[in-house]
Design a protein around this ligand. Structure first.
Ligand code: HEM
Length: 456
C-alpha cells in the first residue's frame, strides 16, 4: 500500500486572500467570523484555511475526529493572543489567558464553585427576579430582550455579589459591567485592538472604573471578614475570597478574585440571556413545540414556581434548550494556538497557527446533523442523542479550556424558560426572523425585540 504524501498548509482548501489583509475583508462582508466560517466550510469542506492580516495563519475543522485528536494532545490548552486581546478587559492574567498548570489549578478551584449549591442559589434568586420582571413584561413596559437581559444580569449579579448587589456599590458594578460589555470596540478577527480609535481609549478608562468598583467591594468584604463567606451556598465572590490552596493559604489574590468574579459574571450574563432569547425565537416560530413545553410544565409543576429539583423533570423543555444551543450556538467560534507542528487530515499545520473551534459550523455540518438548519428537538430526546459522535455537539467548547459553567448555564436557561412559559407565550408579528449577529461576546437573535409576549 502506498502512503499518502504529507501536504503542506498552503494546500488546505481556502479562499484566495489579500496579501496584507488576508481574509479579513471577506470576514467583515460575511457579517463576522462565525458567518464566514460557516459558509467557508459549506463551500470547501471539513478542513479549511484562512489568514487574518498579513501574518496570522489559521485553520478550522468540522470533523469531530480532528477535535478528538487535538484534544488528546497536551498542547491544546492555549488561546492565541488575539482572543486574549478581546478578553483583556477581564484583567491581565484572567482565566481565558491561562494555560498549562496555572490554568488547571485555577479551573480546579473555580469549577466546584459553580456546582449544585450555586445553581440552587441561582434558581432561588431567579424566581424572585422573575416575579419582579413578569408584571412589566406582561403590561409591555419592557420587551423580551430587556426582560431577559435584566433577568440574567440581576440573577448572576446576586449569585456573584450576594446581598451587596442590591446596595449602591453592587448596582453600580452591574451598570458599569453592562456599559463595558456593550461598548467593547474589540472585534473578533483582527489580531490587535483598535488602538488608533479614541473610543478604544475611552473604553479602557471605563474598564478601569469597573475594576475599581469591584476592588472597592472586595475591600468592603475584607473589612467584614472573608471567612464569613465560607458557607458553600454563599455568593461566588465570597467563595473566591475564602478559597484556600493545599497549604491552607488564600488561593486568589484580590486582583485574581476580581478577574474570576468578572469572568463568572460575563459567562452567566451574555451567552445565557442570548440562549433564552434564541429559545423564545424558535418557540415563537413553532407554537406547537411551545404548547408541548407548557403542557409539560403544567403537569410537572402544577402551577408552582420551578425549583432546582423540578427543573430536571422536564425532558421536552430540556431537548428544546439543547437543540437551540446546537442550531444557534451563542459562543459560535473559539480559538486555540497550535503549539507544535501537527498533522491534520494529511496536512502539516505549522506551530503558531490559530485553530478555530468553529462550534457553529460543526453544528451545521450536514454529515453529522441531517437537515442542520431545521429546528428539531427530537434529535436530543432519549437515546437518539447517543448516535452523534463525541465533539459533534460542543456549545461549551472542549477539553482543558472548555467552559466551566455549562451545567450552571443550563440551570439558568431552564429556570428562565420555565418561569416565562408558565405565564406567557411568544409569537412573531409575521414571518419569524431567525438571523443572528455577534454582539457583546455572544451570538444574539437580531430581531428578538419584535417578539410578541402574551399572557396564557
Ligand atoms: C449558554 C451559556 C454559555 C455558553 C454557550 C458558554 C460557552 C463557552 C465557550 C464556548 C467557552 C470556550 C470554550 C473553549 O474554548 O473550548 C467558554 C469558556 C468559559 N466559560 Fe462559558 N458559556 C456559557 C455560560 C457560562 C457560565 C454561566 C459561566 C460561569 C458562571 C461560564 C464561565 C466560563 C469560563 C470561566 C470560561 C473560560 C474557561 C477557561 O478559559 O479555562 N460560562 N464558555
Amino acid at each position: 500500500m502506498t502512503e499518502e504524501p504529507i501536504k503542506n498548509y498552503n494546500n488546505i482548501p481556502g479562499d484566495p486572500s489579500h496579501f496584507v489583509r488576508g481574509n479579513l475583508p471577506k470576514i467583515k462582508k460575511a457579517g463576522g467570523l462565525h458567518a464566514y466560517l460557516d459558509d467557508l466550510h459549506a463551500r470547501r469542506g471539513n478542513l479549511v484555511r484562512l489568514r487574518l492580516g498579513p501574518f496570522v495563519k489559521a485553520v478550522s475543522s468540522t470533523s469531530p475526529a480532528v477535535i478528538s485528536q487535538l484534544n488528546k494532545s497536551a498542547n491544546f490548552d492555549k488561546r492565541p493572543p488575539l482572543i486574549r486581546a478581546s478578553r483583556s478587559w477581564l484583567g491581565e492574567g484572567n482565566i481565558a489567558e491561562l494555560s498549562g498548570r496555572e490554568s488547571r489549578l485555577t479551573r480546579a478551584q473555580l469549577t466546584p464553585m459553580l456546582g449544585k449549591d450555586s445553581q440552587r442559589l441561582a434558581c432561588n434568586v431567579g424566581v424572585t427576579v422573575l416575579e419582579r420582571i413578569l408584571p412589566r413584561l406582561i403590561d409591555k413596559s419592557i420587551n423580551l430582550v430587556e426582560a431577559c437581559r435584566e433577568l440574567a444580569l440581576s440573577t448572576m449579579g446576586e449569585c456573584c455579589f450576594g446581598a451587596d448587589f442590591r446596595s449602591g456599590l453592587g448596582a453600580d458594578i452591574g451598570q458599569h459591567f453592562m456599559h463595558v460589555l456593550r461598548t467593547n470596540p474589540i472585534k473578533p478577527g483582527p489580531p490587535f485592538p483598535p488602538f488608533w480609535q479614541p473610543k478604544y481609549w475611552h473604553w479602557r478608562k471605563d474598564v478601569r472604573t469597573l475594576h475599581k468598583k469591584v476592588d472597592e467591594l472586595i475591600q468592603k468584604r475584607k473589612l467584614t471578614g472573608a471567612e464569613k463567606y465560607t458557607d458553600p451556598s454563599g455568593d461566588l465572590l465570597g467563595l473566591l475570597l475564602s478559597a484556600r490552596d493545599e497549604n491552607g493559604e488564600l488561593f486568589f489574590s484580590e486582583s485574581e478574585a476580581r478577574m474570576a468574579v468578572l469572568a463568572f459574571y460575563f459567562g452567566g450574563v451574555e451567552a445565557t440571556s442570548s440562549s433564552i432569547l434564541w429559545c423564545a425565537a424558535y418557540l415563537g416560530a413553532q407554537p406547537d413545540l411551545m404548547k408541548k413545553i407548557q403542557s409539560e410544565l403544567d403537569t410537572v409543576l402544577q402551577g408552582r414556581a420551578p425549583t432546582y429539583d423540578t427543573l430536571w423533570q422536564l425532558p421536552f423543555m430540556h431537548s428544546v434548550i439543547i437543540e437551540t444551543l446546537r442550531i444557534s450556538a451563542p459562543s459560535p467560534v473559539n480559538m486555540r494556538l497550535i503549539q507544535e507542528d501537527v498533522l491534520i487530515d494529511g496536512y502539516r499545520v505549522p506551530k503558531g497557527t490559530v485553530f478555530f473551534l468553529s462550534i457553529i459550523a460543526m453544528h451545521h455540518n450536514p454529515e453529522l446533523w441531517p437537515e442542520p438548519f431545521v429546528f428539531k428537538p427530537e434529535r436530543f430526546i432519549n437515546s437518539d442523542a447517543e448516535k452523534y459522535p463525541r465533539h459533534a455537539f460542543m456549545p461549551f467548547g472542549v477539553g482543558a479550556k472548555g467552559c466551566i459553567g455549562g451545567r450552571f448555564a443550563i440551570t439558568e436557561i431552564s429556570l428562565a424558560l420555565a418561569g416565562l412559559l408558565q405565564r406567557c407565550s411568544f409569537s412573531w408579528p409575521d414571518t419569524p426572523e431567525l438571523h443572528g449577529e455577534f454582539h457583546s461576546g455572544a451570538l444574539v437573535p437580531k430581531s428578538a425585540h419584535k417578539l410578541i409576549v402574551t399572557t396564557r
